[in-house]
Design a protein around this ligand. Structure first.
Ligand code: NAP
Length: 212
């Protein structure tokens, strides 16, 4: 399959991109700094690297055109440029909608947004990510649900991310009304496995999936 990955240099994006290449997919990545891609086996013929910023509509369009599935592992850090995610998601959806056959879009946000947990959202806003970032994530998550049109999407909302090996024992819920709390965790490896699952099947299309 032809995949496009945004956020491929982040911790989850690196794991996912390596996994997708290992699974035989053709992967195009949009990255700000290609030097951060050392984790990928040098010379992978299935990897196409495009340098650019996810808030640049032209750059996003150039990597979404021709993709069958677009995956976002983009993330903001406190104090970084904000808004970012809502701008990037808007560009992804717009570029996808222009395709004769819109690519499916598998997009990471976080538990706490989309009405999943007021408490987690407050803790993330006040102590972890900062309110600007959380409001941007909430906006990005909402605009995908409200404005995806004919573009199939999967919103992936993981709990607190950890490093290390995956367990394959993660849980998922399609309900935003669960009892989600701050102590819930999931490893980035398990998130990457779920992203690949969502890439390969339409089972989660037009759903927001809580992972923990
Ligand atoms: N940490 C947690 O516990 C937690 C919990 C739930 C959800 N999440 C969310 O899950 C996602 C993945 O998290 P993570 O910790 O694996 O990754 P991360 O550290 O948030 O990675 C951010 C990625 O986004 C890229 N990026 C940021 N702004 C960009 C821009 N303007 N243009 C292009 N690329 C840009 C970064 O590129 P550079 O390498 O160039 O900076 C990097 O590849 C994030 O959205 C995160 O907020 C995190």
């Amino acid at each position: 399959m032809k995949l496009t990955v945004l956020g491929a240099t982040g911790p989850t994006g690196q794991i996912f991109t390596a996994m997708a290449l290992d699974a035989g997919h053709d992967v195009t990545v949009l990255v700000r700094n290609p030097a951060k891609l050392q984790f990928i086996r040098v010379g992978s013929k299935k990897l196409n690297v495009v340098t650019g910023d996810a808030t640049d509509a032209k750059a996003v369009s150039s990597v979404v055109d021709g993709a069958e599935v677009v995956v976002s592992c983009l993330g903001s850090h406190p104090g970084g440029p904000c808004p970012m995610l809502s701008i990037a998601f808007r560009h992804i959806l717009a570029a996808a909608a222009r395709q004769a056959r819109p690519p499916r879009c598998v997009l990471m946000t976080t538990i706490g947004v989309g009405g999943t947990s007021f408490h987690v959202k407050c803790l993330l806003g006040a102590f972890v990510a900062g309110w600007k970032v959380i409001h941007d994530y909430d906006k990005a998550d909402a605009l995908v649900r409200a404005e995806h049109g004919d573009v199939p999407y999967v919103l992936v909302r993981p709990a607190h991310l950890t490093d290390g090996a995956g367990t394959d024992k993660y849980k998922l819920s399609l309900s935003s009304k669960g009892c989600y709390h701050f102590a819930m965790t999931i490893s980035r490896t398990d998130v990457a496995k779920f992203l690949l699952r969502a890439v390969c099947t339409p089972d989660f299309d037009n759903e927001a999936v809580q992972l923990f």
